[in-house]
Design a protein. Sequence first.
Length: 275
Amino acid sequence: MSGTAPPARPAVRVTIGQLAISEDHAANRLAVVDALRTAARARADLLVLPEYASGFDPRGVGPEHAEALDGPFVSMLREQAAKTGVAVVAGTMLPGASPARGVNAVVAVDGSGALLGVYRKVHLYDAFGHRESDRLEAGPPEAPPLLLDVGGLRFGVLTCYDLRFPESARRLVDAGAQVLVIPAAWAAGELKALHWRTLAVARAIENTAAVVAVGQAGRGVVGRSLLVAPDGVVGLELDDKPGIRTADIDGAALAAVRERNPSLRHRRYGVVPLD
């Protein structure tokens, strides 16, 4: 993050872009451009897109989908953010240290088109029959958290499987996050949609933070993006079909929840990366 934070507003308007992402990178970029234009028409401050928004294969995403930070996808995000004035958080795939590995990453771009930072997924999805570590390298757990300030609220970024690790969310809150942003391609399966919703609500309640959990729609994933208030109330929830929805996050209401429920001040344990 850089520069002076913009003045606080009564609410920050967030657009959820629950897109169906394919292996066709060019088609995905067109869908993202359309989502950004839709967000701009809604006068949104921030658009959140799913994990792997640049390219996706439900059988597994590997280095064949990797693009550099100066490649077509991130360059398009920066150009369109500058045109629309809408900040954007989006999942992508970056090249790994070796040609056999990619990096599952989330980028944050502000409304001027500046690349604010990159989060490299720490927890690889080696669960429920999937093996991300066969194709991807994990991000360093000690890396600084990815935070962005939009409209006077601080947003902290996780992605997908990270949602199952409460210490990841708490680390962002310790760094000042008031809103947790979770792009995902949450794999479908028995109880998976239940887990997705339950964990998103839990992360909101335990951190007295709003949660913007944005899933992919389409084959092999659950969709079901949702916006959760810091008291655990689900204010917006999509089904499993593609959709774009916009809602406001009220900073004053968030502060009031934290005043009534001061659990963050009552903590007795910190969060540190494991060796």
